[in-house]
Design a protein around this ligand. Structure first.
Ligand SMILES: NC(=O)c1ccc[n+]([C@@H]2O[C@H](COP(=O)([O-])OP(=O)(O)OC[C@H]3O[C@@H](n4cnc5c(N)ncnc54)[C@H](O)[C@@H]3O)[C@@H](O)[C@H]2O)c1
Length: 287
C-alpha cells in the first residue's frame, strides 16, 4: 500500500517503536496521524512535534486494553481526518516470570498485548471491509515466532498476536484488507532499558525478568533479544514502512529471525535443546 495520503493510527506512540513509526509515517506524507498512548501528555507532545513539522496529527490518551478507549480513539481519528486506512496496534508490555506470575498480571498482559489487537481490528474492520481496503499492522515480536527466555507471559501473548494476525490475513485478505505482523528482536527503547531522548528512563528498577517489571534488564535484553544486535527504533520504523509498501505479512527487521523460525519448525527437539543452552548461558551465575 502506498502510505502517502493515508489516515494512520499508531498505539504506544509516545515513545519507542511507536514514536519512531509516527515520525516515519509523517516523512511519507500521510494525511493525518493519531498518536495514541496511555501516557496522554506524551502522546500530545509527539503529536505537537508532528504538527509543528507540517503533518496533521492528534494526540489521544488511550488504554489499548480498554475497548471503550479504542472505540473513542477510532471515532476521534475519523472525526479529525476521515476513515482509518492504517491501524498499527503497537503498544505492548513485558512481564517477567513463569507460571507463578499472579493471575491479575496474566490478565493485564493479556489485555494489553492481545485483547488490544482484537479491539483495534473490531473497531476498524467494518469500515475497511465496506471500502474494500485497509491495513492492520500488528506489533508482535520475534518472541511470538520463537520464545522469550525468562518470560512466559510475553511469549504466550506474542504468539497469540501472530496467530491473530495470520487469521485476519487469511480471513480478510481477499476482501482487500492487508495485514502485517512486526516481529523484531532487541530494539533500544524504554522496554529494554534505553534512556529516552530527554535523558529519562523507566528502568530505574531494572525489571529482571525474574520479577514483574515492564522493562527488560539491559544485560538480559542484550544477551537474549539483542543477541543479534540491538536495533534503533527508527531502523525498525523504516522496515515497517517498507513492509507496508510491499504488503509483506511478516516484517522482520532482524533478518536472522527467518532462519531461526525455519530451524524451529524443521527440528523442534534440536531447537529446544539449543534454547536451553542459550538460557543456561544467559542465566549462569557470574563466576
Ligand atoms: N523493544 C524491543 O526490544 C521489542 C522487541 C520486539 C517487540 N517489541 C514490541 O514493540 C512494541 C513497542 O515496544 P517498545 O519497545 O517501543 O516499548 P516502550 O515501552 O518503549 O513503548 C511502549 C509504549 O506503549 C505505551 N503503553 C504501554 N501500555 C499501554 C496501554 N495499555 N495502552 C496504550 N499505550 C500503552 C507506553 O506508554 C509506551 O509509550 C511492544 O508491543 C513490544 O512488545 C519490542
Amino acid at each position: 500500500m502506498e502510505v502517502a495520503g493515508k489516515v494512520v493510527v499508531v498505539t504506544g506512540a509516545a515513545g519507542g517503536i511507536g514514536r519512531a513509526l509516527v515520525r516515519e509515517f509523517a516523512r511519507h506524507g500521510v494525511a493525518g496521524i493519531a498518536v495514541a498512548d496511555i501516557d496522554g501528555p506524551g502522546a500530545q507532545k509527539v503529536a505537537a512535534e508532528l504538527v509543528a513539522a507540517g503533518t496533521p496529527a492528534i494526540g489521544v490518551r488511550c488504554n489499548v486494553g480498554d475497548e471503550a478507549d479504542v472505540k473513542v480513539l477510532v471515532a476521534e481519528t475519523e472525526a479529525a481526518f476521515g476513515p482509518v486506512d492504517i491501524f498499527c496496534a503497537n503498544a505492548g508490555i513485558v512481564i517477567g516470570g513463569g507460571v507463578e506470575v499472579a493471575n491479575e498480571e496474566w490478565q493485564r498482559i493479556w489485555e494489553v498485548n492481545v485483547q488490544s489487537h482484537i479491539f483495534a481490528a473490531r473497531a476498524v474492520l467494518p469500515s475497511m471491509l465496506e471500502r474494500g481496503q485497509g491495513y492492520l499492522v500488528h506489533t508482535a515480536s520475534a518472541a511470538g515466532l520463537l520464545t522469550q527466555l525468562g518470560s512466559a507471559p510475553y511469549s504466550v501473548t506474542k504468539h497469540a498476536v501472530v496467530a491473530l494476525a495470520e487469521w485476519l490475513s487469511i480471513t480478510h485478505g481477499d476482501a482487500g484488507v492487508r495485514v502485517s505482523c512486526l516481529c523484531p528482536q532487541g530494539v533500544w527503547t524504554a522496554m529494554t532499558g534505553a534512556p529516552d531522548q530527554d535523558g529519562t528512563t523507566n528502568s530505574d528498577e531494572p525489571g529482571s525478568l525474574a520479577g514483574s517489571g515492564e522493562v527488560m534488564e539491559k544485560d538480559f535484553a542484550t544477551a537474549t533479544a539483542g543477541r543479534d544486535g540491538m536495533m534503533q527504533p527508527q531502523e525498525v520504523a523504516r522496515s515497517v514502512l517498507a513492509g507496508i509498501e510491499r504488503e509483506e505479512f511478516l516484517i522482520l527487521p532482524h533478518a536472522e529471525v527467518a532462519s531461526y523460525e525455519q530451524r524451529r519448525a524443521g527440528d523442534r527437539e534440536r531447537w529446544l535443546r539449543g534454547m536451553r543452552r542459550l538460557q543456561a548461558s544467559v542465566f549462569a551465575p557470574p563466576s
